[in-house]
Design a protein around this ligand. Structure first.
Ligand code: NCD
Length: 648
């Protein structure tokens, strides 16, 4: 029995142009065979499994139809909510298990980068049927197949892509492919839904495409095509035009296109908005008027479907409306893909990405900034992976997630052997590359995080003590007295400290509150830098801390921007619904980036931006016993560029 070689389709870029063309030739043959009613047995004895963690009509059914038409069979978990995924099984476990039941997996998943994970863990080939807002390569095959049949070529075509370009995964795969075929791409995004930077950068870097942003008027006068496109004038649509200057592109087009060959309209991906963002009020509405201008008359109208309100039904009978043909092509094109994977897919070695994988010091791998990245959802077994992003002339270190391609912008870097941290600066780039090779790079979101992990600033100016042990003890006492005075119901109080020094202060506050209120409030700590910050009791009690309806006093040592407090609040809210939250800090040093004002302040110390306030506290709930250790000092940080020649 034939077997599929392990060859996955995660991104449209996994296929070369020649391979795409082979698949199209094969698809045309299969379309003819289907027309004739031929019985095929190419995939006889083989089983395809479709694992869909998101709804689907076209993609799943056309894949299943394609496999049946090839004589193979299908097992399907069309709704993963009825599978073990609903019991919390990880994607990796599911695909490993199903690899033993099927010869080929087709996976759709709501998280960005999920297809790569599935491909890595499955022992049989995996086809990406849509991973979050990232890619949908087989839809692109259907789109290009129909476009090529309608226009006779792909090279040099001008395609206007309209709607939700931010979350539309079909759009992203289509753009990568069109760029390689040397097409001109006009992007017409709905307000706020422009192409994400990572897509633009990939097209620009890999294909050397130029992106110019044009106003509607410029576009009208240059290309003439888009005066036809009906957009409500209130929407701040920002259009862009890509033209290839890639010598490898077959028909490089430096001039603005004279006419449009296709409109690719997409729906607003409401399911990815997560309650925020666009309301769709003035979303693109495409109707017959769009095709009236002379420059758009020859254009076909495409849509990956399903449509909502963006595409008028009046277009359906226009021969230029080809969206149902795109959907119908799903069967022969996916048959051709399966056949190609079965027979031909001996992939030539692809070039390794230019940038090396970043090795971090063990245990200090940062998390991906994209909340929808698969690494954020399957963290039990999946360690985030990053490559260096293009960094020239930037004040942050860009790290690109290997799974979802989003960029993590790192402001503070550390060298694990010397235990020094630095505010990243272009001069450090060479060092950082070396630390990556040695596996000694650490990265931090904030100075506080670096210091929590025991890193010292690279260089600092002279220190000045601003609070001694007695003053700290006095401040804790004063804060506790005020908390007790404000508290209408002392037994409703809960004290939560931010790890680590906020937690020490929280214990001291509880200790001071006990004699004043004749009640010792429960005390917990929250580690805001943990992947999943939870409240952990630090008062020796073992029962679960309940914050519902309680008055929570959040305690931290220093408040600066307010980000730490904001994270602690998020963790608190995930734990329960307190009746009120108050904030107590030992030092308020100003420079807030968020509208947060502490209720209780030990001391307000206006500081300059380059200064650091460092609080040292003896562990434990009594400051008295180790008075010598407790102190607050202030010093100025010397940025590495001040003395870059002396960096290690
Ligand atoms: C698309 C998808 O799921 O990304 N649908 C499809 O597969 N044809 C487009 C969409 O849902 O908008």
């Amino acid at each position: 029995m034939p077997r599929f070689p392990k060859c996955d389709l995660v991104s449209i870029d996994d296929l070369t142009i020649a391979e795409i063309e082979q698949i199209f030739e094969r698809a045309a043959d299969f379309a003819a065979a289907l027309e004739r009613g031929d019985r095929l047995a190419l995939a006889e004895g083989l089983i395809m499994a479709t694992l869909f963690y998101e709804p689907s009509t076209r993609t799943r059914l056309s894949f299943e139809s394609a496999m049946h038409r090839l004589g193979g069979s299908v097992i399907s978990s069309a709704d993963m909510h009825s599978s073990s995924a609903a019991k919390g099984e990880t994607l990796a476990d599911t695909v490993r298990v199903v690899s033993a039941y099927a010869d080929l997996l087709v996976v759709r998943h709501p998280n960005d980068g999920a297809a790569r994970v599935a491909a890595e863990y499955a022992s049989v080939p995996v086809i990406n049927a849509g991973d979050g807002s990232r890619e949908h390569p087989t839809q692109t095959l259907c789109d290009l197949y129909i476009l090529q049949r309608k226009k006779g070529r792909l090279e040099g075509l001008t395609v206007a892509i309209c709607g939700d370009l931010k979350y539309g995964r079909t759009v992203h795969s289509l753009i990568y492919a069109l760029a390689r075929f040397g097409a001109n791409i006009v992007t017409v995004p709905y307000g706020g839904m422009a192409l994400p930077d990572y897509v633009l950068e990939r097209v620009a870097a890999e294909r050397r495409y130029k992106l110019s942003t044009l106003t509607i008027d410029e576009l009208k006068s240059q290309s003439g095509g888009l005066d036809a496109l009906y957009l409500t004038p209130s929407a701040p649509h920002q259009m862009a035009l890509f033209t290839g200057d890639d010598p490898l592109a077959r028909v490089p087009t430096a001039r603005p296109p004279a006419a449009l060959d296709a409109f690719y309209v997409t729906r607003l991906q409401r399911e990815r908005l997560n309650g925020g963002g666009a309301d769709g009020q003035d979303y693109v509405h495409f109707d017959a008027r769009a095709l009236r201008s002379t420059r758009a008359q020859g254009a076909v109208v495409m849509h990956p479907l399903p449509r909502t309100d963006e595409l008028a039904y009046e277009l359906d009978n226009d021969p230029r409306a080809v969206y149902f043909e795109q959907a119908a092509a799903g069967v022969p094109v996916r048959m051709a893909l399966i056949a190609w994977m079965l027979e031909g897919a001996r992939r030539a070695a692809r070039p390794e990405p230019a940038q090396p994988l970043v090795r971090f010091k063990t245990g200090s791998t940062p998390r991906c900034p994209n909340a929808l990245c698969i690494t954020r959802h399957e963290s039990a077994y999946l360690t985030p992976r990053f490559r260096l992003a293009h960094n020239a002339g930037r004040a942050v270190l860009g790290l690109r997630c290997e799974f979802c391609e989003r960029e993590l912008k790192v402001e503070y870097v550390g060298h694990a052997s010397s235990r020094r941290y630095y505010h990243f600066d272009e001069n450090l780039y060479g060092y950082v590359r070396r630390w990556i090779e040695d596996g000694t790079l650490a990265v931090f979101e904030t100075v506080k995080e670096a210091e929590e992990q025991g890193y010292e600033p690279y260089r600092r100016g002279p220190q000045r003590e601003i609070m001694n042990a007695a003053e700290i003890a006095h401040a804790c006492q004063a804060i506790s007295t005020q908390i007790a005075a404000d508290s209408a119901e002392p037994t409703a109080l809960v004290v939560v400290g931010v790890v680590s020094r906020g937690a020490i202060l929280a214990m001291r506050v509880c200790e001071a509150l006990a004699p004043i209120m004749n009640f010792r409030p429960p005390c917990a700590a929250v580690d805001v830098y943990a992947d999943d910050p939870v409240l952990r009791r630090i008062d020796g009690a073992t029962d679960n801390l309940c914050v519902d309806g309680r008055e929570v006093v959040l305690v931290d040592d220093v408040i600066n921007s307010g980000w730490t407090v904001q994270r602690a609040m998020t963790a608190l809210w995930r734990h329960g619904r307190p009746a009120a939250v108050k904030l107590a800090v030992l030092i308020d040093r100003g420079h807030r980036a968020l509208p947060i004002r502490p209720n209780y302040i030990g001391r307000s110390i206006p500081t300059a931006r380059g200064e650091r306030v460092s609080v040292r506290l003896a562990p434990g709930d009594t400051g008295d016993a180790q008075k010598g250790v407790d102190r607050v000092v202030i010093y100025s940080l010397l940025e590495p560029h001040v003395a870059s020649e002396q960096a290690p």
